[in-house]
Design a protein around this ligand. Structure first.
Ligand SMILES: [Zn+2]
Length: 133
């Protein structure tokens, strides 16, 4: 019971981003996108969602993009390949909640100002790539 209550609080804490992900994924389904629940997250892929993810930086190489408990991807197979990495981001959203977006962007700006790569050297990505390359 305590575990369910804790998980419910974490889902609620990350929910502002999950709602954004649901809106993007829902729109993607209007253009042929697919949806499934897998390993504690809702995954949207193909169709309009695939198109959206392909147009995120760094473009065609982006396999997945996490917003709260929603993971957006180009393809279902691609989401399986990056699933472990994206679930580290889900845990980060559970930890940071509404602060995740600003914290991620500030971390990217900080490392960029110090001459590092704003994506690969971002501490959120470093943690995700360390635990799930
Ligand atoms: Zn990542």
């Amino acid at each position: 019971m305590l575990r369910f209550a804790t998980k419910s609080l974490l889902v609620a804490w990350a929910s502002p981003y999950s709602v954004m992900g649901l809106m993007i994924g829902g729109l993607g389904m209007l253009w042929g996108g697919k949806c499934r629940f897998r390993d504690g997250a809702i995954e949207f892929y193909e169709g309009g969602t695939g198109w959206f993810v392909r147009h995120l930086p760094p473009g065609v190489h982006t396999a997945g993009f996490t917003l709260g408990h929603v993971i957006l991807g180009q393809t279902g197979v691609g989401l399986i390949l990056v699933g472990a990495h994206e679930r580290i981001h889900v845990r980060q959203f559970e930890r940071w909640g509404p602060l995740m977006g600003p914290a991620y962007l500030l971390a990217s700006a900080w490392v960029w100002l110090h001459g590092l790569d704003p994506y690969r050297d971002n501490p959120f990505e470093v943690e995700a790539f360390d635990e799930a390359p």
